[in-house]
Design a protein around this ligand. Structure first.
Ligand code: G3P
Length: 215
């Protein structure tokens, strides 16, 4: 399972990438707005750090302008993937971009049938938002299970990016289901690393090491 970082913050991306922990990046307008810099500049910087896929989202609602934006964004770097919302106009844009060999990540997916449409349109990635489903008392992980089964049934090539991840348990469940990718906020990447018994163990080893005679 690949791990992407769900962030537009250069410090977070650099730290996670330099530790060898991440394979790609996903951004969205909310994450970019936190950085208070022009979008193209941030994306260019991210793509200079990370060699894997970097998702950048269009904000237009009609396919014609989505395609125009996608063409502009894809010129920023060769590893840019265009995030397109799961709407009728969005799916139209995905079809056109497929022919133009521009990679797409269909976002804001909340149902298995939406995921079927994205795969049929030829999306490279689908991003089901599991945390936002959990937030309204629906089981986000069940959506991943269903999409995984459907994509297996029909041998769809679209890769599943588990998005809107809130905690390490989401990542564990995604791995057990066999999702292709999880996109994880920096704070959750840090939670993944930590275990209280690791800290206690290090402390005990250091204390015992001091007891060893030096000669
Ligand atoms: O980048 C898309 C997704 O991961 C957003 O997550 O936390 O805003 O629901 P969240």
């Amino acid at each position: 399972m690949l791990i992407f970082i769900d962030s537009a913050n250069i410090n977070e991306i650099e730290e996670a990438y330099n530790c060898g922990l991440i394979d790609g990046v996903t951004t969205n307008p909310t994450l970019l707005a936190k950085e208070n810099q022009p979008v193209d500049r941030i994306l260019k910087k991210i793509c200079s750090i990370v060699k894997g896929p970097v998702s950048a989202e269009v904000i237009s609602l009609d396919s014609k302008n989505m395609i125009k934006e996608a063409k502009h964004l894809s010129k920023i770097a060769s590893n840019i993937v265009i995030k397109i919302p799961l709407t009728k106009e969005g799916l139209k844009a995905v079809r056109v971009l497929l022919k133009e060999k521009i990679k797409t990540n269909v976002t804001l997916c909340f149902s298995p049938t939406q995921a079927i449409l994205a795969a049929k349109a030829g999306a490279d990635y689908i991003s089901p938002f599991i945390g936002r489903l959990d937030d309204i008392s629906q089981n986000g992980m069940e959506l991943i299970e269903k999409i995984k089964q459907i994509y297996n049934n029909y041998n769809f090539k679209t890769k599943i990016i588990v998005a809107s991840v809130r905690n390490p348990l989401h990542i564990l469940k995604a791995a057990l289901i066999g999702a292709d990718i999880v996109t994880v906020p920096f704070s959750v990447i840090e939670q993944l690393v930590k275990h209280p018994l690791t800290d206690v163990g290090i402390q005990r080893f250091l204390e015992d090491y001091k007891k060893i005679p030096k000669r």
